[in-house]
Design a protein around this ligand. Structure first.
Ligand code: PMP
Length: 414
């Protein structure tokens, strides 16, 4: 009972902020208000220390040497893989492929799985709210194979039309690929239902989890997907490292993507044999420090607890939605009933880019632009939006600072 209460105790945000050295910075003489974690989150000292500690004491190449440092580096690198496996509740570390990020993970699937499986006339189903990383690789695979991309519509709230999704899963559909959480609108997609519908029809599924893993617990076996992709830098880990989860049976049947060291068993001019999973998809020296940093980030997030993180972020989202709605001329873009912790918006008469610059002068970092989701902007007939995105280290006071600055910006420019 005590443990349960402990687990549900609210986060001590003031103390947590001390773990993030950058949050103590001043920008243009004002305390930094960092509301751009959706683009890239900040790192706790534990992650920075894990990486510098690795470089100071353990660095050597992995999987190659018998010397002590190489073994230590390999143990740390493979230890990080096990942390990722546990984090996603994957069945085996053979299903965890280290990549550069979500973008590379999806390109890997599009090129390896897509090019070897897709035939002219086959269909790939994605949704209208995807990030470019879950659109362009499929467009490229379609150009290469003659497959066709089908787009599930969304409504004015930013909710994916589930009936349309079901009706698009036809006999020619080979793959359904969709976000877990939209980076432009915050919509949380019902991935379990979407995957179940695809699986019933024998369709392979890929989930872009870039915006989901920092905010909620993800269990790939419960979801039932074939692939799940995410980036370390949005999960309070380093840039340059990310993860492709692939169900073992699916990964094992895929041809290698990039060739080189580490992905082979034997090489000869009469033929080359490939390594076992997951190394077959990890050609060349990997980002060893990045993987170790990601492992430390997972430990950090686990120490806070994703349930507590989700609870605090929902409070922040509700508070921000209320405070921002009260700003004259402000319209929230993306009003799905199930949203993760970001608010996209426009202010009448103020271009989002001007807004971003004005807020920067007050030490407030938000994102402005098309958020690498140009079809979403086209759908809402907007050139750009401003987006404030929250992490567990944000506070209500920071949202007050944002709201007050938005009122002033509107008075100045609107
Ligand atoms: N998908 C979504 C939903 C994203 O938000 C992002 C990053 N903005 C990506 C994919 C791409 O991630 P990365 O740039 O780390 O590869």
């Amino acid at each position: 009972m005590a443990a349960e209460l402990q687990a549900l105790a609210p986060l001590d945000v003031a103390r947590i902020r001390e773990d993030f050295p950058i949050l103590a910075r001043a920008i243009r003489g004002k305390p930094l208000v960092y509301l751009d974690s959706g683009a890239s989150a900040q790192r706790p000292k534990a992650v920075i220390d894990a990486m510098s500690g690795y470089y100071e004491r353990h660095h050597a190449n992995v999987h190659r040497g018998v010397h002590t440092l190489s073994q230590e580096a390999t143990d740390l690198f493979e230890g990080a893989r096990e942390k990722v496996r546990r984090f996603l509740n994957a069945a085996s570390t053979r299903e965890i492929v280290f990549v550069r990020g979500t973008t590379e993970a999806i390109n890997l699937v599009a090129q390896s799985w897509g090019r070897s499986r897709l035939k002219p006339g086959d269909e790939i189903v994605i949704t209208w709210l995807e990030h470019h990383a879950n659109i362009v690789p499929w467009q490229m695979a379609c150009e290469q194979t003659g497959a066709v991309l089908k787009i599930v519509p969304i409504d004015r709230r930013g909710v994916v039309d589930h009936e349309a999704y079901l009706s698009m899963l036809g006999p020619r559909t080979k793959l359904a690929a969709f976000s877990h959480v939209s980076n432009a609108l915050g919509t949380v997609l019902p991935v379990r239902e979407m995957v179940a519908a695809a699986r019933e029809r024998g369709i392979v599924t890929l989930i872009d989890g870039a915006q989901a893993v920092p905010h909620q617990a993800v269990d790939v076996r419960e979801i039932g997907c074939d692939f799940y992709a995410f980036s370390g830098h949005k999960l309070f880990g380093p840039t340059g490292i990310g993860v492709l989860y692939g169900r073992e049976a699916v990964l094992a049947a895929m041809p290698p993507w990039q060739g080189g060291g580490d992905m082979i068993l034997t090489v000869s001019f009469s033929g080359t044999t490939y390594n076992e999973l997951p190394y077959r998809f990890e050609a060349g020296t990997p980002d060893i420090a990045g993987a170790i940093g990601l492992g430390a980030a997972i430990d950090y997030v686990d120490s806070l607890g994703l349930e507590r993180i989700a609870a605090w972020e929902h409070e922040l989202l509700d508070y921000a939605t209320r405070r921002l709605s009260a700003v004259p001329g402000l319209e929230i873009v993306g009003t799905a009933p199930d949203k993760a912790s970001l608010v996209s918006f426009t202010i009448e008469g103020v271009h989002p880019h001007d807004l971003g610059t004005i807020l920067d002068a007050e030490g407030i970092a938000i994102r402005t632009g098309h958020h690498c989701a140009m079809p979403v902007m086209e759908f809402f007939d907007l050139p750009a939006t401003a987006r404030a995105s929250f992490a567990f280290y944000n506070t209500r006071e920071e949202i007050d600072v944002l709201a007050a600055a938005l009122v002033r910006a509107r008075e100045m420019l609107g």
